[in-house]
Design a protein around this ligand. Sequence first.
Ligand code: AMP
Ligand code: GLY
Length: 426
Amino acid sequence: MKVLIIGNGGREHAIAWKLKQSTMVSKIYCAPGNGGTASICENIAFNNIEELAQFALNEGIDLTVVGPEVYLAQGTVDLFQSKGLKVYGPTQAAARLESSKVFAKDFMKKYQIPSAAYETFSDANAAKDYIKAMGAPIVVKADGLAAGKGVVVAFDLDTAFKAVDEIMTERVFGDAGVKVVVEEFLEGEEASLLAFCDGVKAVPMLPAQDHKRIGDNDTGPNTGGMGTYAPTSAVTEEILIQINERILTPTIKAMQAEGTPFVGTLFLGLMLTKNGPKVIEYNVRFGDPETQVVLPLLESDLAQIFLDAVNGNLQPDKIKWQTGKTAVCVVAASGGYPGRYETGKVITGLDKLNNSLVFHAGTKVKDGVLLTAGGRVLNIVNVGQNVAEAIDNVYQDLPQVKFDGVYYRKDIAKRELQRYQALMEK
Ligand code: AMP
Ligand code: GLY
């Protein structure tokens, strides 16, 4: 079968890499793809999703997988479905779980899905009055999509007021800031749980943990994600059961009840609080870089899972994971990211890695030379017998990866390593 993947990140390269292992898949196109997908897919340039749908019809694409949320929020799945094309991902209506924080919060309230207490505002002064009444720490969120930048965790009132001004008055995220959500600050460890969904059932993948800040020890500004590992022991068996019973299953059932069944990957951004797991946010797609550690641990055929999900027929018993192993991903970024950075730097050393996988993000091939083309450039992933081994291996391989200004965090999966070492000492 022929597959089309939409997107150009490390997530899409990891999806392509996994699909490539399927005996069912004969050809993969990636639109627009990157320097890494170019080696296993045919990269396709496009101007808009109508053009892509036409391409899928002309080429006889059997399955399309949509990576980024922007395309889902735009209604890519609805468009492809209207042309009789099979597509893995939620419809525009179901994608509101991510594209509108107001929608997501109201939905969770209606169905009693645990999340932070909140109020919604379309008036800046009213938002500030509420912030004053609640006090800091407090969290201010733009309603709409803001490329992961629309959330401010404020530890003092002035920071919270400034966030309201920027989002609502200055409109730094455009119409995404017509409304804001102001919510309670949750304390705990964060975790990401992704699930395959077929509209009726949700089958969780292995729980992962992201490292969002640019600097070691979670310092500095937020990024798209500087590294991940999976599975995380922060999500114990007991917590996983709670997530399933209180969050995942109720979400899928409620989306069905609302007449907008969820098909695709549902991503729960969770805070593991002392009162149990709570939803920080829903995403309606694979995480980046969560996917880069989760898919290498999937034993089953991903193409079959996607088809089963699209056909409303996921087989939970047939979705198998490598047990006892840990995957660690470290992102190699351009110097300056998430602020200003330069691109077009020559990348070398990828042939010198010992046993790590490489998923490209911001790269491109020009005249046969691999160049940097974005902020997050490469994902170096190692699957080890345990977290200590995976960390050792990935950090032995990273110094081989060379480009001008290369930066990466040195402490990915450190918390898990500490838990692992404590367990070993017992
Ligand atoms: P989001 O874009 O919604 O994932 O938020 C970005 C980051 O802000 C999250 O990964 C959390 O670290 C933090 N965050 C969001 N909401 C809250 C909350 N209610 N309490 C504490 N931290 C939060
Ligand atoms: N790594 C977080 C995200 O994909 O949104």
